[in-house]
Design a protein around this ligand. Structure first.
Ligand code: NAP
Length: 253
């Protein structure tokens, strides 16, 4: 009898980087468990992956709801991979006028969401004898930019969570991989940030020759996960060639 495929849980799998990562990890031989709040989208993606001959299931989950996360975690005795991808930005206001509610929500989703799911699934990752936690932070987790305040603060929080967890669990069979992308053109990230204002969202990528795609980032995540288990890619920073820093972007317009 063939051994069961290792399981990978992906949060925020209903769009963008999370959906692309689910497709690529499934193709790499993982049984993928797709989670996000929008059940219809993850169910449709699970059906697409299954039709392509791979293994996928969907589970509706809000990462900020600790009771729901704990309930979800009871399904896993062992787990190979957790990709903490759910997150995003809200607003681009200066610190002087930013809405504290936006800051709170970004901290809740990016930091507490990652904390909730990681804490709940760490026992299963450890029990697997070879677990991997991936944390999708951002180059916003490594340095700041004007108008980034709340998002930058939250992503710095996620970066610190990854660095601290790696120190604390060394010696256990779980590695902690942080992937920090720069500018990625996904269908929803900028639209969510600007609350549906398509014009403002389009300006983020205006004149940039080839921002990263969700597939580019999924490729780096899948590469890092599929290294031999003793190899820990601590931090992988990936940007488009046209971007030299958070605020230094070459534009043709
Ligand atoms: N795009 C970029 O330029 C960029 C750059 C660096 C890092 N990142 C990071 O990469 C990750 C993915 O970004 P993306 O560009 O793919 O964005 P996206 O297309 O907006 O996807 C965000 C995902 O997070 C999920 N999500 C949001 N809040 C959630 C919650 N409370 N519970 C569960 N799921 C939640 C959303 O699903 P539901 O709405 O269905 O719940 C969605 O699937 C984020 O952490 C983002 O901060 C993005």
């Amino acid at each position: 009898m063939a051994a069961a495929s290792p399981i990978a849980v992906i949060t925020g799998a209903s769009s963008g980087i999370g959906a692309a990562t689910a497709r690529q990890l499934a193709a790499a031989g993982f049984r993928v468990v797709l989670t996000a709040r929008r059940k219809d989208r993850i169910e449709a993606l699970a059906a697409e992956i299954t039709e392509a001959g791979h293994e996928a299931t969907a589970y509706a989950l809000d990462v900020t709801d600790r009771a729901a996360v704990d309930e979800f975690a009871t399904a896993f005795r062992t787990l190979a991979v957790l990709v903490n991808n759910a997150g995003g930005a809200l607003g681009a206001d200066p610190v002087a006028t930013g809405d504290p509610a936006d800051w709170r929500q970004m901290y809740e989703t990016n930091v507490i969401g990652t904390l909730n799911v990681t804490q709940a699934l760490l026992p299963a990752l450890t029990a697997s004898g070879n677990g991997t936690v991936v944390i999708l932070s951002s180059t916003a987790g490594l340095s700041t930019y004007e108008g980034g305040g709340g998002y930058v603060a939250a992503k710095h929080g996620e970066h610190v969570l990854a660095e601290t967890l790696r120190l604390e669990i060394v010696g256990t069979p779980v590695r902690v991989i942080e992937v920090a992308p720069g500018m990625v053109k996904t269908e929803e990230f900028a639209t969510t940030r600007f609350r549906g204002d398509a014009e403002k969202a389009a300006k983020v990528y205006a004149g940039v020759d080839a921002p990263l795609s969700a597939d580019d980032v999924a490729d780096t995540i899948t590469w890092a996960i599929t290294r031999p288990s003793h190899v820990n890619i601590d931090l992988l920073v990936v940007r488009p060639r046209a971007q030299a820093s958070n605020s230094k972007v070459h534009r043709t317009v």
